[in-house]
Design a protein around this ligand. Structure first.
Ligand SMILES: Nc1nc2c(c(=O)[nH]1)N[C@H]1C(S)=C(S)[C@@H](COP(=O)(O)OP(=O)(O)OC[C@H]3O[C@@H](n4cnc5c(=O)[nH]c(N)nc54)[C@H](O)[C@@H]3O)O[C@H]1N2
Ligand SMILES: Nc1nc2c(c(=O)[nH]1)N[C@H]1C(S)=C(S)[C@@H](COP(=O)(O)OP(=O)(O)OC[C@H]3O[C@@H](n4cnc5c(=O)[nH]c(N)nc54)[C@H](O)[C@@H]3O)O[C@H]1N2
Ligand code: SF4
Ligand SMILES: [Mo]
Length: 754
């Protein structure tokens, strides 16, 4: 169905469809939602706090990934879609001025003029775009075509750099390609669930509930192991919790490998037939004796042995991981260390087993397929590969040599380039870096050196918009049609079922319009998202992530589908897992053992900064809260950010439960109320990432974080920095002053507020 059809229908029009099916726009579980129109027979029209009619979300029983389940964020998404939205484009020449409203034509002129100037003076690398795993695949794809094709710069990167890039790099190094090999059904079949660096209960709740349901019904059928320095809700439900010291995961994994070998739990046939580099790996893990590992990780040796014992060729081990593993200065090596265990025990490409990264965002997977990182091209291709570039140039109808052969700037490198005055145009879309990047004061200062900062944003007051020159109103999920891929490689069609708010436009439409204005009329001439998707799918033909058989129509008709889905494929005939034949994506078909030595934290604690701060998430808040802060129920769940601190540390530092504390790192300081709890390891403190400077309870955790990153994946170590904590004896921020500051900030964006 053409997206225009739905645009035509207003939220409450009597002939509006009673319900539509889509994928939840929050986490990477990618649950199916059924959205019920505001007006249902026999019921009053549901409205949000401003009286706008709202659609109600509930679990879609037909969605194969979630089977009707949802969590509280998915269930309340309808309440977030209209409140506080940005109405029209806003512009100012410097961030000291107030914004004025402008029309789209003028807004696009500002962008194209800056691009033309940059191209004729500094060249294409003075332009960069920073996108997001919350794009639809169509948005992602056209951003690649615009930057990498039309402009000739690979300076497109996404917030996946802060999220999944260590997993991408880890899969590629060990298995020859990106692509999680498992599926959610494996949760029903594994005999061991090994959860490392993931707070699944809060961050991928529907998957966690699936595992827990199985465990409740048949407690002995599966052993759950959780590796996390905090006793999270996930860890509380585990059979074995390993509260290792922050940043010691690789040593733990090497220690497990060491014990598997000692106990003869390896799979010699699998190793001989399907892997490379085993001898070098053996030499590395031989040195990680149980005693050394137990001491390094700060856990009892007995617990280590209990866990290693579960990793055996006769078991079905499914390992799940997310940010506790990826956000490390050695993130790629830790992913490699985890995949090593699967190769050693032959636990991959079979039911209930394998290394399974839990994707953070709803379409970070689709982004990877569309080439949405600065070293990638659509269809899991690489910018450094001559043949890959030529294939894409040909498909795009662009001359050979249009695409540059070196990787573009990664997310943090874009900030560094602004610091050096090398960027003329920084275009941020569907991400809010002034909450989510490390070392925020540096990012703010860097942005002020960039002549044109463009922010494409759905809501009126994001932190990043406060440092922009041009703000473009974005149509968001529900207002634009598109496809998204979840963690188990399942693609769901997300229809446009509400009218775009105010003058907002879909991101892909804006990218296409800029392409056309730069003279690429033919290349960017699309009349619907469906056409964009069609072009993208053809570029995946013959690749691991082949979706050449998919289209919006097929997905609408047949429902969500897992890839690979080559042309001619029948919806029911596909394999649920990758690598079932144990033929991997490397040139010789063999998977590869990794051999890095553990390094530990990039900024270890010291006398001045004796504690390690880790930063993560709460169940009821999403990232920078532009959406979830609009839901009363979610705010009541988490009224404020709290500093979790162990009772012994609190005692040593004179910190009292509920008291305001000051937290300092080498880069900044902030205050937060203390929650004294033994659910966190001694020596570690925790803050949530969510509350940016526009929030009443502002707590900019990332002003404290450093930018040190994994040299392979370029993913920053957002899970640890060294801090000192002290009780606050006087109130630092008198309430009137905070109020005035907020008023001033609001004024900046005033014309946009409805
Ligand atoms: N409610 C909610 N759900 C979300 C999101 C959200 O904002 N809110 N965001 C989504 C996104 S984009 C992502 S990426 C995922 C993130 O999902 P998760 O990675 O599960 O979430 P985090 O809270 O960032 O971190 C997970 C855990 O890592 C632990 N950790 C810290 N340091 C270490 C370490 O050195 N080793 C180990 N083993 N563990 C460590 C922390 O204690 C924390 O419990 O969540 C997704 N789902
Ligand atoms: N210390 C620390 N820092 C972290 C993390 C951590 O664990 N610790 N986690 C990191 C991770 S994994 C992630 S994924 C990031 C997340 O961080 P961000 O990506 O910055 O967080 P979001 O709030 O999801 O930002 C999405 C923005 O896009 C807007 N938006 C929504 N829909 C659309 C749309 O369709 N189009 C456009 N143009 N805009 C839209 C939203 O209003 C919002 O402002 O944070 C990272 N930062
Ligand atoms: S688990 Fe994730 S995808 Fe599912 S409803 Fe909750 S936030 Fe949405
Ligand atoms: Mo993420």
């Amino acid at each position: 169905m053409a997206p225009g059809f739905f645009y035509f229908l207003f939220d409450v029009m009597p002939d509006s469809p009673r319900s539509v099916h889509s994928q939840c726009p929050y986490c990477g579980v990618g649950c199916g939602l059924e959205l019920l129109a505001p007006a249902q027979p026999g019921h009053p029209v549901r409205r949000d706090a401003q009286g706008t009619p709202i659609w109600t979300a509930r679990g879609d029983r037909q969605h194969p990934s979630s089977l009707g389940q949802v969590c509280i964020k998915g269930a309340t998404v309808g309440e977030t879609l209209s409140l506080g939205r940005l109405n029209q484009p806003l512009f100012r020449t410097s961030i000291q001025e107030d914004f004025t409203s402008i029309d789209w034509d003028e807004a696009l002129n500002h962008i194209t003029q800056q691009i033309q100037t940059s191209l004729s003076t500094k060249g294409p690398n003075a332009i960069a775009m920073y996108g997001s795993g919350q794009f639809h695949t169509e948005d992602y794809y056209l951003a690649q075509k615009l930057l990498k094709g039309a402009l000739g710069t690979n300076n497109f990167d996404a917030n996946s750099r802060l999220c999944m890039s260590s997993a991408v790099a880890g899969y590629s190094r060990s298995l020859g390609s990106d692509g999680p090999p498992c599926c959610y059904e494996d949760l029903d079949h594994c005999s061991v669930a090994f959860l490392i660096g993931t707070n699944t209960a809060e961050c991928h709740p529907v998957l966690f509930q699936r595992l827990m349901k199985r465990k409740r019904r048949n407690p002995d059928s599966v052993t759950v192991v959780v590796v996390d320095p905090r006793r999270t809700d996930t860890a509380k439900a585990a059979d074995i919790h390993l509260p290792i010291a922050a940043g010691t995961d690789l040593a733990l994994l090497h220690g497990i490998a060491h014990l598997i070998l000692r106990e003869n739990g390896q799979d010699p046939r699998f190793i001989d037939d399907h892997t490379d580099n085993y001898d070098a790996f053996f030499d590395v893990v031989a040195r990680w004796t149980p005693r050394r590992v137990a001491r390094f990780c700060g856990i009892p040796e007995k617990r280590l042995r209990d866990v290693a014992h579960l990793w055996h060729r006769r078991e079905n081990v499914l390992s799940l991981w997310s940010m506790g593993v990826n956000q490390r200065r050695e993130g790629t090596a830790v992913v490699g260390g985890l995949i090593n265990l699967h190769l050693l025990s032959g636990q991959i490409g079979k039911e209930g087993a394998g290394p399974f990264s839990l994707t953070g965002q709803p379409n970070a997977m689709g982004g990877r397929e569309a080439g949405g990182l600065s070293h990638l091209l659509p269809g899991y291709r690489l910018v450094t590969n001559d043949q890959h570039r030529q294939e894409v140039e040909q498909a795009w109808g662009m001359p050979q040599g249009s695409i540059a052969s070196t990787p573009g700037l990664s997310a943090w490198q874009q900030v560094e380039a602004m610091e050096k005055g090398e960027l003329d145009l920084w275009w941020v879309a569907a991400t809010n870096p002034l909450v989510s990047m490390p070392d925020l004061d540096r990012v703010k200062a860097a942005m002020q050196r960039c002549p044109l900062v463009v922010v494409s944003e759905a809501y009126a007051t994001s932190e990043t918009s406060h440092y922009a020159h041009l703000v473009l109103p974005a149509a968001q999920w529900s207002e634009k049609a598109g496809a998204m891929t979840n963690s188990e490689r399942r693609v769901t069609y997300c229809p446009a079922y509400r009218r775009p708010h105010g003058q907002s436009r879909a991101d892909w439409e804006v990218f296409a319009e800029v392409g056309k204005r730069l003279g690429f009329e033919n290349q960017f001439n699309y009349s619907s998202a469906e056409e964009v998707y069609q072009e993208f799918t053809q570029l995946t033909r013959g690749r691991l992530c082949d979706v050449s058989g998919l289209s919006h129509r097929l997905l609408e008709r047949e429902g969500p589908q897992q890839w690979p889905f080559p042309q001619g494929c029948e919806p029911t005939s596909k394999a649920k897992r990758l690598y079932v034949d144990h033929h991997f994506s490397t040139t010789n078909g063999r998977a590869r053992f990794c051999t890095e030595q553990p390094l530990g934290l990039a900024e270890p604690p010291c006398d001045l900064y004796p504690l390690v701060l880790t930063v993560g998430r709460y169940l009821g808040q999403w990232h920078t809260m532009t959406r979830t802060a609009k839901v009363d129920r979610l705010n009541k769940m988490h009224p404020e950010p709290l500093l979790e601190i162990h009772p012994d540390d609190a005692h040593d530092l004179g910190v009292i439960n509920g008291q305001l504390t000051a937290i300092n790192s080498r880069r900044g300081h902030l205050t937060a109320r203390a929650k004294v709890t033994d659910r966190i390891r001694k020596g570690l403190v925790f803050l949530p990432m969510h509350w940016g400077f526009t929030q009443e309870q502002a707590c900019e955790a990332n002003t404290l974080m450093h930018d040190k990153a994994c040299p392979i994946s370029k993913q920053p170590e957002l899970k640890a920095c060294a801090v000192i904590v002290a009780p606050v004896v006087s109130v630092l921020k008198p309430p009137e002053q905070t109020g005035r500051k907020r008023q001033a900030l609001k004024r900046l964006l005033n014309p946009a507020l409805r």
